[in-house]
Ligand binder design. Structure first.
Ligand SMILES: Nc1ncnc2c1ncn2[C@@H]1O[C@H](COP(=O)(O)OP(=O)(O)O)[C@@H](O)[C@H]1O
Ligand SMILES: [Mg+2]
Length: 294
């Protein structure tokens, strides 16, 4: 690796021990990372961009971030210079093992990126065969949740990037997270994909017995076009206070950032697209903080 970007914050020590007991007696419990899944059963809506940008924002603040690439197409991995066709170890290994890998085995899958505080478990092309390979085998719905347990005390945040198709990977991503962010492109037909996604969410909530907080994030909003305004109004009308405002503006800088492989939030922290993501990020951190403090 030749390009190293320091985010300007020293990486906190991994394995931090956190005092946390309900009874008030002092016990040592490793803090679990906050897990955010970024999902929509529609492609090209800004899922990977959202993962990369939020990850950069969090890492800049000195948070230790692990990204999981659960999309067999591996756009997130490619962004960080890992080619899903040649990477040897990744998410796939978690699913095909007869026994769940132990903590050490899981940690061996983690790859460095060029950036402080940002690490990745990459995708490999073989992931595309998982649904066929696993068939109806049960007990594979919590593979990612179990994997994340191995990272207690090591990360503050885990961000999961998803594929648009409904299968074992998406089910795992939804079952493993504390919160879901659903990017939705402000364009015609956006609502169809959104309805499908929310239906999946309801199914998962039923089977896990817990309701997951989610936020709908309008992306690529082009305020100059009437079509964008119209579709945003429609999304707000149908999904009300679940819709995050201010929206993420259309901004060619995101495209350019993916070409250079540097998260826009690290390259140009004051970019207006990044500022829009920062508002969301700060809000979610505040909400999570409030929940933890309760
Ligand atoms: N706010 C934005 N403005 C302009 N282009 C964007 C924006 N967000 C994402 N893009 C671009 O749109 C394309 C699809 O985004 P991506 O994040 O890969 O979507 P997904 O992961 O949902 O398939 C990429 O080329 C990306 O750079
Ligand atoms: Mg993607």
């Amino acid at each position: 690796m030749t390009r190293v970007i320091h985010n300007g914050v020293a990486a906190p020590v991994a394995g931090r021990v956190h005092d946390q007991t309900a009874s008030g007696t002092v016990g040592k419990q490793l803090a679990m990372p906050q897990v955010w899944t970024i999902a929509n059963q529609k492609g090209g809506v800004g899922k990977t961009t959202t993962v990369v940008t939020l990850a950069g924002l969090l890492a800049r603040q000195g948070k230790r971030v692990l990204m999981l690439d659960l999309d067999p197409q591996g756009s997130l991995s490619i962004y960080f210079d890992y080619n899903p066709e040649t990477v040897r170890l990744g998410v796939y290994e978690l699913f095909i093992a007869d026994h769940a890998p132990d903590a050490n085995g899981v940690r061996k899958l983690v790859q460095e990126t060029h950036f402080d505080n940002l690490q990745l478990i990459p995708a490999t092309c073989s992931m595309a065969t998982l649904d066929r390979k696993l068939g109806t085998r049960t007990g594979k719905g919590l593979v990612i949740k179990d994997c994340i347990r191995a990272f207690a005390g090591m990360y503050d945040h885990v961000l999961i990037d998803c594929s648009p198709s409904l299968g074992i990977l998406l089910v795992n991503a939804l079952a493993a997270c504390d919160r879901i962010i659903i990017p939705v492109q402000t364009e015609f037909l956006a609502i169809k994909g959104l309805e499908r996604m929310l239906h999946t969410l309801t199914m998962i909530s039923r089977s896990t017995g817990r309701e997951l907080p989610y936020v709908i994030l309008p992306t690529m909003y082009d305020k100059r076009t009437r079509a964008a305004g119209h579709s945003l109004a429609q999304i707000k009308q149908q999904f009300g206070n679940k819709v995050w405002e201010p929206v993420i503006p259309v901004n060619t800088e995101f495209r350019e950032a993916s070409r250079t492989g540097i998260p826009l939030s690290l390259r140009s922290p004051q970019d207006r697209g990044v500022c829009a993501y920062r508002e969301l990020c700060d809000h979610l951190l505040l909400v999570d903080r409030t929940i933890v403090d309760k």
